[in-house]
Design a protein. Structure first.
Length: 319
């Protein structure tokens, strides 16, 4: 009796083991055919790294995901685009960004990202200063060729850095590039000498930076692009404002009459002691009027551009 009982128990244990083995084999087979769970986990991990600003770790996980799992063409292109954007927007590594944008362009020609990828490639080339058109424009605007600089800035040599000559024309040119209110600070020989010392110091530091190949530094490349972007925007702004602002002498006189209380002399207690005549403060009045008109013109210009480009600001979402 006892022996039969033990045999039944053994048979039951064997059946349970076989059943567990079948379940395990089935599960393994399903995971081998449908690796969706593992794939989703890996992709979610990449997203999590990105959202926590662990950008290099995110790139590693996105690339591991693409290497480990079968991904359809469109999704693969989208993930490579995400990798490229991380290099471009977050790490300022324009070489790697360009590499991945080019991968999309040539390996996934049917992708609906082609239009955006084309723009991004141009952006990368500009930041790497490899765009011939951008380089040509830069040379034209800033006169990068030394011989052109020397020809357009004559004058007596007032300093030397090795064999390089710095002329009076160089210094006058640099001072003239400053805003008017700063130009007036260098109106004596002593102040101009201080400017020359500063100019030479900057040139020495720049030469030192070039010897260290800092022109290839990622932060320098990104900063150079931002500076160029600001200069170009400023140039457009200046040109547009010149078209919009036209101040005549009669306008300045009317502005003075409408704002006479601004042009007075006051005592220590703030009490008006004398009204300035228009002749006394004509230049100050003109500057005030120009600044006011400039602010109005700037607002009109930006409002017009925003309307033309269909700009939408989501102010309530800003944190």
């Amino acid at each position: 009796m006892m022996q039969k009982r033990n045999q039944r128990r053994v048979r039951m244990v064997l059946k349970l083991n076989i059943l567990c083995a079948l379940i395990l084999l089935t599960a393994c087979g399903q995971n081998a055919q449908h690796p969706g769970a593992d794939a989703d986990q890996r992709l979610n991990l990449a997203h999590t790294f990105y959202n926590n600003q662990l950008f290099e770790a995110a790139i590693h996980e996105y690339e591991a995901y693409l290497a480990a799992f079968p991904v359809d063409v469109n999704k693969r292109a989208n993930i490579i685009y995400q990798i490229a954007n991380i290099y471009f927007e977050r790490l300022n590594d324009y070489d790697k960004a360009l590499e991945n944008y080019l991968r999309i362009k040539y390996l996934y020609p049917q992708s609906n990202l082609q239009g955006e990828v084309g723009k991004k490639i141009v952006d990368c080339l500009e930041r790497l200063e490899r765009s011939q058109d951008a380089q040509r424009l830069l040379e034209k605007e800033t006169a990068l060729k030394p011989q052109e600089v020397e020809e357009s800035r004559p004058g007596e040599v007032i300093a030397k850095i090795g064999k390089r000559e710095i002329t009076q024309g160089d210094i006058d040119f640099e001072i003239n590039q400053l805003p008017p209110y700063l130009q007036s600070q260098f109106d004596t020989k002593e102040k101009k000498l201080a400017f020359v010392r500063q100019y030479v110091a900057e040139a020495l530091l720049y030469d030192s930076a070039k010897r260290q190949n800092l022109d290839q530094d990622k932060e320098i490349i990104a900063g150079t692009f931002r500076a160029k972007k600001q200069l170009m925007a400023q140039k457009v702004l200046q040109d547009e404002l010149k078209k919009m602002i036209d101040i005549k002498q009669a306008d300045v006189e009317l502005y003075y009459k409408a704002n006479r209380d601004k042009y007075t002399e006051k005592d220590e207690k703030g009490k008006v002691t004398r009204q300035k005549s228009f002749q006394e403060c004509a230049q100050e009045v003109a500057q005030d009027m120009f600044m006011e008109k400039q602010q109005d013109a700037y607002k009109q210009l930006i409002d017009r551009l925003m309307k033309a480009e269909n700009v939408t600001l989501y102010e309530k979402r800003l944190k």
